[in-house]
Ligand binder design. Structure first.
Ligand code: SF4
Length: 533
């Protein structure tokens, strides 16, 4: 509900040779293994709805690796609603191996050229490659400036994927034929931020790598000859792998597949991990398990934490209403613990997607199209409205106004309960909130201290009767992970990488200079180039 977006999801599949035919091979044909990719992407569509694509490797084809990508959701890109068109498309995407990508942009434009995978043709097989990238390079501007400082070098797209393509291509330039291990070690030395990568070349070599901090999730599974990897476990479970076969790729590790052999290789060490807590709270599919922690159970524990800190006197007219859909598990658990009914007083239009409807430009109109309050459920009630997070507040404001509207909702009181602490700092690791000015909480939370007075001010600004956030400590408890194994930078300003820390200082300076908040993202500010050098 927070209208936050992710910087993508990735998948990979490989039918390894000389191990027989996998039970998971489509039509029992290893050469059709690439056909799993649209389905895998569909399972992680929550991570990006702007564009999708895949690259398939087939040594029987003259075009050894072939890429198809388009702007649109997975169903549109792979013609999944038109059987004949889909089958015709997939004929050109046969292969024993493939990689795939779904995109939401935190930087770069919306056209097809920014869709991934990015393919770089070459006459030499090991230098002809394609890759997909999930995350965000916090030192994007620094790397960009370094590349453009070289005479005759040019970058045509304003995004970090092009930078990554350039850095990869550099590894293979001239007579160099570095091992995949060396490529990863050199890349790692240059990159700062969140980066999960799937890579496939025309020699049939693949790597699937996770950054040393493990900021974004990445899972893999092996069943006999079938290997697959995905940003989230739910994709692998629904492809047919048994739960015990699905593992998390440890941070700083990569799966390497060369000459048909698979190995797990550690390419970097890190003193700490920094898994994005937001994955469990909001982004990931509730059916996923990330780094051995269930998303659903985490959200359930958040709801129990909310119940424990509840001070409102509960009466017969009190009900719990979740903001659909990501807050549902927390709301159910809170209501159960308090012994209060949980009712769906808000219904979400599941078919809206990325549509442009006449008259839907104002925030109130968009909220009206997206959520329908049910007056039969809400009228005269004291509503404990459970939300997963509040980022920019505009949607929440419009929602509360509708819940209280005598015609549309009729709720007597609306008490907002947020299953997360206040978001006080931007994200530079792949979530679409990169400036201080766009955030709601920093206007009220001074010096990082949340007080009852600041919560009361925020409630008034939203039009709510009261507002309660969870404490910072509740997050690590609910995820069931030590706090120093998580990234919680947007909650506490403690960034796990040097470039993240530098960008935060820039974001604070920009926010101080601007009365309305900066219009551009922090890593697009010219100042960032100078400061990041
Ligand atoms: S800053 Fe926040 S949203 Fe970004 S990676 Fe860290 S915890 Fe996740």
């Amino acid at each position: 509900m927070a209208d936050l977006h992710h910087e993508c999801g990735i998948v990979a599949v490989y039918h390894l040779p000389q191990r027989g035919v996998s039970r998971l091979a489509p039509r029992q044909d290893p050469n059709l293994s690439a056909w799993h990719v649209p389905r895998l992407l569909l399972e992680i569509q929550n991570r990006g709805q702007l564009a999708a694509g895949m690259t398939a490797y087939d040594p029987r084809r003259s075009e050894l690796i072939h890429t198809h990508k388009e702007v649109g959701i997975v169903t549109e890109v792979f013609r999944l609603n038109r059987k004949a068109d889909h089958e015709a498309l997939m004929e050109s995407l046969q292969g024993v191996a493939a990689i795939g990508h779904v995109r939401y942009a935190t930087c770069g434009d919306d056209d097809r050229h920014h869709a991934q995978p990015f393919e770089r043709p070459h006459i030499e097989k090991s230098k002809w490659f394609s890759f997909g990238f999930n995350g965000q390079l916090a030192n994007f501007e620094e790397l960009r400036a370094e590349i453009l400082a070289r005479q005759d070098f040019h970058l045509s797209r304003n995004n970090d994927t092009e930078i990554l393509m350039h850095l990869l291509a550099q590894q293979f330039s001239g007579d160099r034929r570095p091992s995949l291990e060396t490529v990863l070690e050199r890349l790692c030395a240059r990159l700062d931020g969140a980066y999960n990568i799937v890579f496939l070349n025309a020699a049939g070599d693949m790597f699937v790598a996770r950054d040393p901090l493990g900021i974004r999730p990445l899972c893999y599974a092996v069943d006999g000859p079938m290997f697959a990897a995905a940003s989230e476990s739910v994709a692998l479970a629904n492809m047919g792998f048994a739960p015990a076969q699905i593992r998390n790729l440890p941070p700083g590790h990569a799966i390497l597949i060369r000459r048909g052999e698979l190995e797990v290789h550690q390419f970097a060490r890190s003193a700490r991990h920094a898994h994005c807590f937001f994955e469990w709270i909001y982004f990931a599919n509730v059916a996923s398990t990330l780094d051995e922690r269930s998303v659903y159970l985490t959200r359930k524990r958040l709801g129990e934490e909310l119940a424990r800190q509840e001070q409102l006197a509960i009466d017969a007219e009190t009900i719990v209403v979740p903001v659909p859909d990501t807050a549902k598990a927390a709301a159910d658990a809170m209501a159960y613990t308090l012994g209060v009914p949980v009712l769906e007083g808000l219904i979400r239009n599941r078919y809206l997607g990325r549509t442009f409807i006449e008259g839907g430009n104002r925030r109130e109109d968009r909220v009206r199209m997206k959520y329908t309050p049910l007056p039969d459920v809400l009228r005269g009630k004291r509503v404990l409205l459970v939300e997963d997070t509040i980022v920019r507040s505009t949607t929440m404001q419009a929602l509360i106004s509708q819940l209280k509207d005598p015609e549309r909702g009729g709720a007597r009181e609306v008490h907002v309960r947020v299953a997360c602490p206040p978001i006080v700092a931007p994200c530079f690791y792949g979530i679409d909130m990169s400036t201080v000015g766009e955030l709601f909480a920093p206007r009220y939370v001074r010096d990082g201290v949340l007080t009852p007075e600041s919560e009361a001010q925020m409630a008034r600004a939203l039009g709510a009767d009261s507002l309660r956030y969870l404490s910072l400590e509740a997050i690590a408890r609910s995820v069931d992970m030590p706090a120093n194994a998580l990234c919680q930078a947007c909650l506490n300003g403690d960034y796990p990488t040097p470039a993240g820390e530098r960008l935060y200082q820039l974001a604070l300076a920009e926010a101080r200079q601007s009365t309305n908040g900066p219009a551009r993202r922090t890593y697009e500010a010219p100042l960032a180039v100078a400061d990041c050098r």
